[in-house]
Design a protein around this ligand. Structure first.
Ligand code: GRF
Length: 203
């Protein structure tokens, strides 16, 4: 199954997917990495792994619809079947999102539905919650919403700062994203409203 990864920056989740795809029994490969920003670390990671990259700069387009149409065309031309948003910092139009059905994933650094949007680590700390975590979900038009595929919780510890909590969550993200991609690539996900039912692996 061919993946298309959309990034805007560091690309550590992209790296986790690159590493997973390099393991023998992983059911997916990355066909294209798209960035809306030139020169970012994620592009270097892809190039180092020999994965085709493309930069599609959003300021080069008159509106979101035109930008998203260019993304869509590039993904389809590359034969992509599952789109993975991995630190992609642009909101996508409903037309783009619905065009990929249940085959578009996002990773978010909170236990959704808590803390949608930005500054999740700071907000988790201020909330007084004892646990934080990450979520991989199927993308729907509303931001950080959609059927939840994989979640991982991490404790919030005394003395945690935004950075220490973010680092703990990021480690969990790097396990969660490949796990979610595996489930979808193995066609083990049945979506019912906001719920994902996961079938056992075929043997
Ligand atoms: C991650 O925390 C991810 O959950 C969020 O953006 C960050 C991207 O980090 N959506 P990276 O580019 O994958 O290192």
């Amino acid at each position: 199954v061919k993946l298309g990864c959309l990034i805007s920056g560091r690309g550590s989740n992209l790296q986790a997917l690159i590493d997973a795809c390099a393991t023998p029994d992983f059911p997916a490969e990355i066909g294209l990495v798209l960035s809306n920003k030139p020169g970012v670390q994620g592009l270097e990671r892809a190039e180092k792994a020999g994965i085709p990259t493309q930069v599609i700069r959003h300021p080069d387009f008159p509106d979101r619809a035109a930008f998203d149409a260019a993304l869509d065309a590039a993904l389809r031309a590359a034969g992509v079947e599952i789109v993975c948003l991995a630190g992609f910092m642009r909101l996508l139009t409903p037309e783009f999102v619905t065009g990929w059905g249940d085959n578009i994933l996002n990773i978010h650094p909170s236990l959704l539905p808590a803390f949608k949007g930005l500054d999740t680590h700071q907000r988790a700390l201020e909330s007084g919650a004892r646990f934080a975590g990450c979520t991989v979900h199927i993308v729907r038009p509303a931001m950080d919403e959609g059927p939840i595929l994989v979640q991982a919780a991490v404790p919030i510890l005394d003395g945690d700062t935004e950075d220490s909590l973010a680092a703990r969550i990021l480690t969990a993200e790097h396990r969660a994203y490949p796990e979610a991609v595996r489930l979808l690539a193995e066609s083990r996900v049945r979506v019912e409203g906001l719920r994902c039912h996961i079938d056992a692996p075929a043997d």
